[in-house]
Write a protein that binds this ligand. Structure first.
Ligand SMILES: Nc1nc2c(ncn2[C@@H]2O[C@H](COP(=O)(O)OP(=O)(O)O)[C@@H](O)[C@H]2O)c(=O)[nH]1
Ligand SMILES: [Mg+2]
Length: 313
């Protein structure tokens, strides 16, 4: 099941990264059809930079490419591109290594996944997608509608729960999210759920409040499952590019993050952001959102991601 998913996920990543590839790889292919000289290498740094790889990566990669070109004066486009591909994979692999979803080690206890991020980044949609993936893997999933702040947010998750045929615990509008989470964990334990996926409100404009709210939610979780949450995933919209880095840094001040979910890759040419984020934060990207549908979720896998940045086939 999971392997099958991965296979289709590869195609999904390829098509989601089309815009990024058009801007990044096409320019590289054109550039390296010329003779490799100093001027070309200067242009290379601009391409890296404009592909949202981040300043550090753009500089390092240019430097390494210069060295490679010096050592391999006969190298043509294909050799240089595969050199770049290897370097980018190395960055992603070095900066973080645990891409898979951590699960509970305690028999009979649910795995708890807390999902955070600013509004509109795709938290609720991601939860539906992850639930779908887990259900297809035979798991029993329960949702906690912890975004009690935004009007309609709980209903939005409720619609997904209904479509997926799974249980959801919600509260009233403006109810204490920690109370909703408490009820959800209680229900999950009583019903033997394998996973509890918790949606939250992302109000960055009131930072102290958000921090306290997340702490309170965690206390609710830990009353039932002491070593939870097993994952705290920050959902980031890839279309905002480098701004995502800033959001991630801010969120990390509130709560430790175990992984990132990069959404809306299908709608942006800024897919290179994934590399900048990993380089700067060292937090593993675990999932990629590749569309609005419930199936449009891919596991993050460095080789597949980087290869899709360069090649359409
Ligand atoms: N194209 C695209 N749209 C997405 C993706 N993920 C979420 N969205 C859309 O982004 C909007 C906001 O998503 P939502 O889950 O409500 O964000 P939340 O406020 O963080 O819970 C919705 O219209 C989603 O359909 C994705 O991977 N690709
Ligand atoms: Mg939401």
């Amino acid at each position: 099941m999971v392997l099958q998913f991965l296979k289709s996920g590869y195609q999904a990543i390829k098509s989601a990264l089309k815009k990024t590839r058009d801007r990044f790889a096409d320019r590289l292919h054109t550039l390296f059809s010329r003779k490799i000289d100093e001027a070309l290498l200067e242009e290379l740094e601009v391409i890296f930079y404009e592909a949202d790889l981040g300043v550090k990566t753009a500089q390092e990669l240019t430097k390494k490419t210069k060295e490679f070109a010096r050592k391999n004066p006969e190298a043509k486009a294909p050799e240089i591109l595969s050199f770049l591909e290897r370097e980018l994979v190395a960055i992603l692999k070095h900066e973080s290594h645990d891409y898979s979803l951590k699960t509970t080690k305690v028999a009979g206890e649910p795995t708890v996944v807390l999902v955070v991020g600013t509004n509109g980044n795709g938290k609720t949609t991601f939860i539906a997608k992850l639930a779908n993936l887990l259900i297809n893997d035979g798991k029993k999933v329960l949702l906690a509608a912890g975004d009690t702040f935004r009007a309609g947010a709980q209903e939005q998750l409720g619609i997904w729960a209904k479509k997926l045929g799974i249980e959801i615990i919600s509260g009233n509008y403006n109810a204490d999210p920690a109370a909703v989470v408490f009820d959800a964990l209680q229900a999950a334990k009583a019903r033997g759920s394998d996973y509890v996926l918790i949606d939250t409100a992302g109000r960055l404009e009131n930072k102290t409040h958000l921090m306290k709210e997340l702490e309170k939610i965690k206390r609710s979780i830990q009353k039932f499952v002491p070593d939870a949450p097993h994952e705290t995933l920050l959902v980031l919209d890839a279309t905002i590019g480098q701004n995502g880095l800033q959001y991630a840094k801010t969120f990390r001040e509130f709560t430790p993050l175990s992984g990132l979910v990069l959404t809306k890759l299908d709608g942006t040419a800024k897919g290179g952001t994934a590399i900048a984020i990993q380089k700067e934060l060292g937090i593993p990207i675990k999932f990629l959102g590749t569309g609005e549908g419930v199936e449009d979720l891919s596991l993050f896998e460095p080789e597949a991601f980087v290869h899709s940045l360069f090649f359409a086939d």
